[in-house]
Design a protein around this ligand. Structure first.
Ligand SMILES: Nc1ncnc2c1ncn2[C@@H]1O[C@H](COP(=O)(O)OP(=O)(O)OP(=O)(O)O)[C@@H](O)[C@H]1O
Length: 783
């Protein structure tokens, strides 16, 4: 792979993926790519540069990125199923008939055409039906009798006697009749005949007898299930993966059915397919939720029946990798998806480590055991057969990012080298026949022949003819006969002893076997109980997992809601903070403005006060001058008494004018009624509020001699003859909330009854107002 700028020559890359292997004993994993057709309106992210090179254009936030990938062969969307089969699967099928193993798997994003490539449709059969049809087209005439070769349930095969094979065939006819009846009653049709194009293999050995065995398994949520297991009813039982005597991995107890025609194989496939976990997702209406393996095993028996040869072809339809954000899976589907992605990740890790070991000569442990998928195919990666992969690509823009990952994996896989597979005949076991028969002397066990030998008493007793004419000769013949009989008797005794010994030995063994069987039975019983318990625990755990998943989902959704609320609150807080800051700024501005205004006003007030003081001083001076003049006039009256009243008035007139002028100019002068300087004879009774507010005015009521009381308690408080003036001070808030002080003044006049009355004749009102209050004067006023 190489990342291109727009101008790079794409053909440069074709040399990058060198297929040549330096080690002739190893072959790289062959990776093919198949592009799915796109609807016309959709845009493609893949461009084909040559039959082996393609460019993937991925657009991201950073920009456009072009990557080239080289494969063994790329099938365009116009390539048919036959072309794919002939290129990819036919060589593996030829290997299979030669007794070699092969693994073919499809890999890609969900909905990219993996199942279509492997299975196809009846009119457009995929790899699997074509393999089956081609196989039976080729070996149909060279098949062994059914049940002659039988699975030993431990990944091996054994040959059984003809009678046993016959019995099994009869049994099968019986059960298949019952089965057909059940199917007919249930209305099910398990037949699905894929179109057969008559392709044949040329490498069939006509001297051999062939038997084809089919098994079909799936790995769902990292557990292996047998899709052909009829015993487990509707709920499939989990199977375990084991290692056989030759260290090959196999599914323990898997049902392996011998098929004699392609139709039989398709029937089995359809039965399994109905059990396979499929599901509807947003991206594929019929999405495989498990990895399924369709296993074809071809067993060849040499004509002389001395050796067996077994080849295996595993066709694996991997579940598609999927991003949960795109599929929007939840609950069960989410669990399936994560299990699928995990197992694909394990496959990737194993291949990466294998490659690293091969490239760097490292010896890292390949973690096959991390997943059932990798454990089951461990042998293939370690040299038990050829490995081929078809990478399926849906070139739509939406799949681009996931395709990038798939192509990266595919590219890496091509670097992994697998030791070349070998075909070999292996000696087989003979299954002990249930009943020894005369027709099959070869099936007699060695034990039986040995017993026969034990009970033979030696050569036959010769017939003896006595010659009456020669008694001497007769005696000799009888002697030898006696000797022979004696020897036979001795031999019989020896044989009897041997028999007794063997009988004893056999009994001992039988007893031993019986004990073993009793022990095994009890062990099986306890294992069954344990299994039952484990199953129960498993069920409980599954329920717990589902519950936890549900609560997890609930928590996630409430978490999302809370996050939304937090976000909304955060936005509100931000807005409020902004508003607070704005308000603060405005307040500060207003404060500054106010300070400026108050400074200006205080300056104005100071100025006014200064002017007022000057005017008052001037008025005082005028008054003093007037008084001085009045004094002078009075003095001159007493001394000369010649001056007329007009003269005095004329003299006083200018001062009165000054006072009048001051009044008209707005200067607050005390009215003649409110003179502050009183004669020394005025004594005031000042009647205050209980806690009067300090006036704090410049002009204070002038009461030089006074007695202040807050409450008139007795009559003498008023009738005191020394007091002649009364002043009542009242304070209250006016309509504008400002403090208003009123001084009600009057004369205390004694009454003829010895009491006193107050004659109010003046009200003085003091009001203090805020300078900012524009409609009222800011100075205390007197009324
Ligand atoms: N090359 C093709 N030509 C025509 N139709 C195709 C092709 N590839 C896929 N399809 C169609 O696209 C749909 C999805 O394909 P398919 O089920 O094989 O995808 P998948 O990769 O197996 O998906 P999943 O991983 O979800 O099982 C099917 O309806 C199939 O018929």
């Amino acid at each position: 792979m190489k990342i291109n700028d727009e101008n790079t020559d794409p053909n440069e890359n074709s040399t990058l993926n060198s297929e040549s292997s330096s080690d002739p004993s190893k072959d790289p994993v062959q990776v093919f790519c198949r592009l799915r057709a796109l609807p016309e309106e959709c845009q493609s992210c893949v461009k084909l540069l040559s039959p082996t090179t393609l460019t993937l254009t991925a657009s991201s936030k950073i920009g456009r990125k072009e990557c080239n990938y080289v494969f063994k062969h790329i099938f365009t969307s116009y390539a048919g199923q036959r072309e794919v089969f002939e290129h990819v699967a036919l060589p593996l099928l030829e290997d299979l008939v030669k007794g070699k193993n092969g693994l073919l798997f499809t890999y890609g994003v969900t909905g990219s055409g993996k199942t279509y490539t492997l299975t196809g449709e009846p009119s457009m059969p995929g790899v699997m039906p074509r393999c089956i049809n081609t196989l039976f087209n080729s070996i149909a005439d060279y098949q062994a009798q059914k049940f002659l070769i039988k699975s030993d349930k431990m990944n091996g095969f054994e040959i059984q006697g003809e009678n046993d094979a016959l019995e099994d065939r009869l049994l099968e006819v019986k059960t298949s009749t019952t089965k057909m009846k059940t199917i007919k009653r249930g209305g099910g049709d398990v037949k699905n005949n894929y179109e057969n194009d008559g392709t044949k293999l040329r490498c069939v050995n006509e001297n051999n007898l062939y038997a084809v065995f089919i098994s079909y398994t799936e790995i769902y949520n990292n557990t292996v299930y047998d899709l052909l297991d009829e015993t487990s009813g509707k709920v499939l039982q989990a199977k375990i993966i084991r290692e056989d005597s030759q260290k090959r991995m196999y599914v323990n107890g898997v049902v392996e059915v011998e098929v004699k025609s392609a139709a039989d194989a398709f029937e089995l496939f359809c039965i399994g397919q109905r059990r396979k976990r499929m599901g509807h997702t947003i991206l594929n209406a019929e999405s495989s939720r498990s990895h399924s393996t369709f296993n074809i095993r071809v067993v060849q028996l040499q004509k002389d029946r001395s050796h067996l040869m077994v080849g295996q072809l595993s066709l694996v339809d991997l579940a598609g990798s999927e991003r949960c954000s795109r599929t929007q899976n939840t609950g069960m589907r989410l669990k399936e998806a994560s299990s699928i992605n995990n197992s694909l990740m394990s496959l990737r890790t194993c291949l990466e480590i294998l490659r690293e070991n091969q490239l760097n000569g490292a010896n890292k442990l390949v973690p096959y055991r991390d997943s059932r998928l990798t454990l089951l195919f461990k042998n293939y990666f370690e040299g038990e057969g050829n490995v081929r992969m078809i990478v399926c690509i849906n070139p739509s823009i939406e799949d681009c990012e996931e395709n990038l990952q798939v192509l990266k994996f595919a590219e890496m896989t091509q670097d992994v080298k697998i030791p070349k597979a070998e075909s070999r005949y292996t000696p087989y076991k003979y299954k002990t026949p249930s009943k020894p028969t005369k027709q099959t002397p070869s099936t007699q066990t060695p034990v039986t022949s040995k017993i026969k030998k034990v009970v033979s008493f030696g050569p036959k007793i010769p017939s003896v003819k006595l010659n009456m004419e020669n008694p001497h000769e007769n005696i000799m013949v009888l002697d030898s006969l006696i000797k022979l009989l004696h020897a036979r008797r001795q031999k019989r005794e020896r044989n009897q002893q041997e028999l007794a010994k063997r009988e004893q030995h056999f009994r001992k063994r039988l007893l031993h076997i019986h004990q073993d069987s009793v022990l095994t039975k009890s062990e099986i019983r306890s294992l069954k109980a344990l299994l039952k318990k484990e199953k129960q625990t498993n069920r409980n755990l599954n329920t717990k997992i589902t519950d936890l998943e549900t609560s997890n989902e609930n928590l996630a959704s409430s978490n999302k809601q809370l996050q939304d609320t937090i976000r909304t609150l955060q936005t509100t807080i931000d807005e409020k903070n902004l508003r607070i800051n704005q308000n603060r700024l405005e307040r500060e501005k207003a404060k500054q403005k106010l300070a400026l205004q108050s400074e200006k006003m205080s300056q104005e007030l100071d100025e006014k006060l200064r002017q007022q003081r000057a005017r008052l001083q001037a008025a005082m001076l005028a008054k003093e001058a007037k008084i001085q003049k009045v004094k002078e006039i009075l003095e001159s009256d007493t001394m000369s008494a010649c001056a007329s009243e007009q003269e005095v008035e004329a003299r006083v007139q200018p001062e009165v004018k000054i006072v009048q002028e001051m009044r008209t100019s707005g200067t607050t002068l005390p009215t003649p009624r409110h003179r502050r300087s009183r004669s020394a004879g005025e004594v005031w009774l000042e009647h205050n509020a209980i806690k009067p507010v300090a006036l704090g005015t410049v002009l204070q009521p002038s009461m030089k001699k006074r007695k202040s009381v807050s409450k008139l308690k007795k009559a003498s408080d008023v009738t005191n003859p020394r007091q002649n003036k009364y002043c009542l001070l009242a304070q209250e808030a006016d309509a504008g909330g400002e403090l208003e002080t009123k001084l009600y003044k009057g004369d205390i006049v004694p009454t003829c009854g010895g009491g006193a009355q107050v004659i109010f004749n003046d009200v003085e009102c003091l009001r203090q107002e805020s300078p900012t209050n524009t409609h009222a004067p800011s100075t205390p006023s007197r009324k």
